[in-house]
Structure formats: structure tokens, C-alpha cells
Design a protein around this ligand. Structure first.
Ligand code: KG4
Ligand code: ZN
Length: 364
């Protein structure tokens, strides 16, 4: 069984070809092509849907050609075609979905519509034949989820963010600080040089009694700190006061922070630690509640080394198995979509060609 999968849910155009194998490793990745659109969206400070879908359309034929060539195969030798059908940007999902459906019709082969979140969720098991039960922490730009995974397609959502996703918080805080897009890698880079204890930031909903998250308060706390830091960094300029805080008139001129690198690094480190602390504590509680002995981490934010190391050390200390995919499988890609399609088709699942994309597609 050889599957070709297309991923176009947001700002990455991706094509992968995965072949099933009898070996214990389960499958062979024959090709994985990803064309990032970061440069196109960076100037806007975030993803512009119209720009994203136009780029998917322009990139897809080239990526399909490259994937077929590097897999040393032909369209006729593909046994099934898969595409992300949600959640994501409607106009972007439509591009990959329509292309995969068209290829399936042309080749007379089955089509599989795959949930993007399921792609992330199962990515720590990439290549394996079996999905072991686990608590899955999915942290991406659009979602923060704690999921009780009992098997393929058997998911129970234990907790989710009530406002911003973890990755969204990284992106918004980076924007406040005048750093580049996407914010996660920018913040991580600066956090490495910073003191995480320098600024006291909130660990929201830690005692909420449930497994939900909230990151917008943390972002707001950073926003309120900025004028204070700025006035400290430039005492020569006039400032006005409001309550106990000093507010500079030009507090929005974020590039000024570049003058004091260490303050930015400390703020990035403090922010990153606040996110990690909440993710770790809620994950531990989910493991306790379900009596699970296995934690998986996935989604773009799971590229973050400090998060990976913190969760790995915590799991080791508590006798819990910890699984996380290699960084290239953590951000959006089509290999994870092909992997889910492979597992699903082995279970006899096929999608209806008339099924529509769903920008709000639920995982469970
Ligand atoms: O999974 P993903 O590629 O796309 C979505 O499905 O949303 O995740 C993208 C998110 C962005 O918010 C980005 O800032 C974040 O992942 N991210 C990181 C890191 N690399 C990417 N966040 C923290 N640290 C990183 N190293
Ligand atoms: Zn994603």
C-alpha cells in the first residue's frame, strides 16, 4: 500500500508519499516535500488566508512532481490519495483537498479525508504499526489539546484552551516585542540567553480544577510589562505615570527594545517558562486522572527544546514513557497526514468524494 498525502491547512504546502512495509518499523517515507510560505506572510505579521490559498495553488503542481520523482514512482502506482480536510483555513484546505480528490478520481483509487489534528496527535508514533494508548498533548498555532488516546480514531478530549492556543501566544508575544513571524522559534532563540525568573508572569488556570488552558492573560501580562520595561530602558526620555506604572507615549514602538537585548531575552525566557509550567502541570494531572503511563507531545510548539526537555525530565522522574516526534515532523507536513491515512486505510476506512472540507473539523 502506497499513499500520497497533501497538506494545505494553513501556510505550509506539503506533499508526502508513504509506503507500508512488513517490517516492524511499519512504513517507509518515500518523499516528503514542504514549501513554507513564511516569507510571504512575515511582512503582515501573520497568515493572510487569501495569500495562503493562492500560494498553495502555485506551489502544489511543483511539489507533486518533486515528490513523485524523489519517490521514484508514478501516479498509477499510488494506491490511495489523502488530504487534510480540516481544521484550517477554508480556502487553503480546498486547494489540497480538491487536488487529492481529482487525483483519486483520475487514477480510480480511494480518497481519504484526514483531520489535521489527528496528524499531529499520532505523529510521535510515526512509522509504527501500532498506536499505544497515551495522553496526547497537542500544542500548535491554532490548538492546545489534552487528549486521551485509546487507539486510532478513539479519542476523548480532556482539556483545551479557552482562548489563545500556546503557539498563538508565542506568535502574539513575539509581535508585541517586534520579533519576527512565526514567534515560537524567535522567542525560543532569545529565551536561551535569558533569565526565566526575571519576570513574574501568571500561570493561568493552574488551579481551575479542570484540564483546560488559557494563554491570553499571559499575553496581556507581557503587554502591560512592556511600558514599564521600556521606561526603565530609556530613562532619558520623558514618561508619564498611570497608577503605579510608568507609561511611555511611544510604548508601541517595539523595535526600540532591540537596544536592550538582555531585557528581551529575560522576558522571552520568563514567558516561555510560564507556558511550559502550565503545559507540564496539566499534562501530569491528565496522566494521574486517567492512570496513563505514557505522554506524547506534538504540534509546532513541540519543536521547542526547553518544552521537550522539561516534559522528558518530568516523565522520567515520574516513571512515565515520553514520546515526541523529530522536529521536522512537529510543524505542519504531509508525512503525518499520510501516516494517519495509512493507519485508517488498514482499518478499512475510505472517505466519500462528496464530503466537504470543514474549517472547524473536530477531533472527537
Ligand atoms: O503545528 P504548526 O506548524 O501549525 C498549526 O497547526 O498551527 O504550529 C505552528 C506554531 C506557531 O504558532 C509557531 O510559533 C509554533 O508552532 N512554534 C514554536 C516553535 N516552533 C514553532 N513555538 C515555540 N517554540 C518553537 N521552537
Ligand atoms: Zn498543524
Amino acid at each position: 500500500m502506497t499513499i500520497l498525502a497533501i497538506e494545505t491547512s494553513c501556510d505550509e504546502t506539503a506533499v508526502a508519499i508513504l509506503r507500508g512495509s512488513e517490517r516492524p518499523s511499519g512504513s517507509d517515507l518515500l518523499a516528503s516535500e514542504v514549501a513554507s510560505q513564511i516569507a510571504e506572510h512575515e511582512k503582515f505579521g501573520g497568515v493572510v488566508p487569501e495569500v495562503a490559498s493562492r500560494n498553495h495553488l502555485a506551489q502544489l503542481p511543483r511539489l507533486l512532481g518533486r515528490a513523485i520523482a524523489s519517490a521514484n514512482t508514478t501516479i498509477n502506482k499510488i494506491d490511495a490519495f489523502a488530504a487534510t480536510s480540516g481544521p484550517g483555513l477554508a480556502s487553503s484546505l480546498l486547494v489540497g483537498n480538491s487536488a487529492a480528490k481529482g487525483l483519486a478520481i483520475g487514477a480510480g483509487k480511494p480518497f481519504l479525508a484526514i483531520n489535521h489534528l489527528e496528524g499531529h496527535l499520532l505523529s510521535p508514533f510515526f512509522g509504527s504499526k501500532k498506536i499505544e494508548p497515551n495522553i496526547g498533548l497537542v500544542v500548535s498555532g491554532g490548538h492546545t489539546l489534552l487528549v486521551n488516546v485509546r487507539g486510532v480514531g478513539d479519542y476523548e478530549i480532556l482539556g483545551r484552551t479557552l482562548d489563545d492556543a500556546a503557539g498563538e501566544a508565542f506568535d502574539k508575544v513575539a509581535k508585541l516585542l517586534g520579533l519576527g513571524y512565526p514567534g515560537g522559534p524567535e522567542i525560543e532563540m532569545r529565551a536561551q540567553k535569558g533569565d526565566a525568573k526575571k519576570f513574574e508572569l501568571p500561570r493561568s488556570m493552574l488551579n481551575s480544577g479542570d484540564l483546560n488552558f488559557s494563554f491570553s492573560g499571559l499575553k496581556t501580562a507581557v503587554r502591560y510589562l512592556l511600558p514599564v520595561i521600556l521606561s526603565r530602558a530609556d530613562t532619558a526620555s520623558p514618561a508619564r505615570t498611570e497608577g503605579s506604572r510608568e507609561i511611555r507615549e511611544d510604548a508601541c514602538e517595539v523595535p526600540r527594545f532591540a537596544r536592550d537585548d538582555s531585557v528581551v531575552s529575560d522576558l522571552c525566557a520568563s514567558f516561555q517558562q510560564a507556558v511550559i509550567d502550565v503545559l507540564r502541570e496539566k499534562s501530569l494531572r491528565a496522566l494521574q486522572q486517567t492512570k496513563s503511563r505514557r505522554l506524547t507531545l506534538s504540534g509546532g510548539v513541540s519543536c521547542n527544546r526547553a518544552l521537550r526537555e522539561n516534559l522528558c525530565a518530568t516523565c522520567q522522574k515520574n516513571g512515565i514513557e515520553f514520546l515526541v516526534a523529530e522536529p521536522w515532523l512537529c510543524t505542519d507536513n504531509a508525512a503525518m497526514i499520510a501516516f494517519v491515512a495509512m493507519l485508517r486505510s488498514e482499518n478499512g476506512n475510505v472517505s466519500n468524494l462528496a464530503d466537504e472540507i470543514d474549517p472547524n473539523l473536530a477531533l472527537a
